[in-house]
Design a binder for this molecule. Structure first.
Ligand code: SN0
Length: 313
């Protein structure tokens, strides 16, 4: 079994409940004793929450974790088949994946989108080579198109804070100086569509996500209209999918501020972090009592606990 996307999850709503139960169990009884199992956490890109929540979850379950910052410390990997490797790549993914599979019981991989080659990114060229060549469970720690560990944590957080059975959840694009992947937004949309939400996505024109991920969502180009009556505002920037990897707008009017939050049903503010203060969201909103970004980040451990237990617990 792998954890690549929601497609690996039989019943997403029950995973949310199981994750909360496991968190409570760990809080009551403390971490598990060492199981003799181990996991490699392999990073092509930076991380704070993913890396440390996975290590914390491994600790909780009695699993030893090993960090590998492959880009800085590893050999340059070759991903093409049949290449004459007389250039700058030193090791083929086939050997690397085979070796890691012999050392560990599972592997987590972080490989962000290139944002330069849509076909490579949306076919998950790098991540899928790990899935193909590893003989151990592979966990998505943010691939080119998805970030399911984040989304599971997001669903757990919404469940914890929802005041009504069917909350209105709004995913709002917000400006950012850099081109960012669509992974968090794609994945959030996919998971949100499996929950009992009134789910609305708002973004400027040109920022439509890949249709596969937004089935079941209502699209509203008017951000203020989208915010009306919302119970949760989930802010996130992403670069254009259609004009692939481009920053089409840096319109400051899309910032999440107190004025817009007043249109909501006293909505909780969410963001996956790291967040650019006073670009994505004003200090006033993120520092308010309605901001739940810390609880959301804390639930990264809750979600990692469950995924590790399901895969190698
Ligand atoms: C990543 C993204 O996919 O949007 C990871 C989010 C969990 N975010 C960034 O790269 C933000 C970098 C920045 O400079 O703000």
């Amino acid at each position: 079994m792998n954890f690549c996307s929601i497609d690996d999850v039989d019943d997403p709503q029950s995973w949310v409940d199981e994750a909360i139960a496991l968190k409570n169990e760990i809080e009551t009884y403390g971490p598990h004793v060492y199981t003799g199992k181990s996991i490699c956490l392999l990073f092509f890109n930076p991380s704070l929450r993913t890396r440390l929540s996975m290590q914390k979850a491994a600790f909780n379950l009695g699993i030893q974790s090993f960090i590998f910052n492959l880009n800085q410390e590893g050999w340059q990997l070759e991903f093409e088949d049949g290449t004459v490797m007389n250039g700058y790549t030193s090791e083929h993914i086939k050997e690397a994946a085979g070796v890691l599979s012999s050392y560990f019981d599972a592997i987590g991989v972080r490989s962000f989108a290139s944002l330069s080659n849509q076909e490579d990114d949306y076919s998950e060229k790098v991540f899928n080579q790990f899935v193909k060549h590893c003989s151990i469970p592979v966990i998505n720690m943010e691939s080119a198109t998805l970030h399911p560990l984040q989304s599971l944590a997001d669903m757990i957080t919404i469940k914890e804070f929802a005041k009504v059975d069917k909350p209105k959840v709004v995913l709002s694009w917000a400006p950012h100086p850099k081109a960012l992947p669509q992974a968090v937004a794609n994945s959030f949309s996919q998971w949100a569509s499996h929950m009992d939400f009134d789910f609305v996505i708002t973004h400027p024109e040109g920022y439509d996500l890949h249709p596969e991920f937004v089935k079941g969502a209502t699209l509203e180009y008017d951000q203020r209209k989208a915010f009306e009556g919302a119970d949760f505002i989930y802010a996130k920037n992403w670069s254009s999918y259609t004009d692939y990897g481009q920053v089409l707008s840096q319109d400051k009017k899309w910032i999440v501020d107190q004025q817009k939050m007043k249109l909501t049903n006293q909505a909780k503010f969410m963001h996956c972090l790291p967040v650019r203060r006073n670009v994505i969201v004003t200090d006033e909103v993120i520092d308010s009592d309605d901001s739940i970004v810390m609880q959301q980040a804390a639930h990264r451990v809750t979600s990692a606990n469950l995924v590790l237990r399901k895969l190698i617990g």
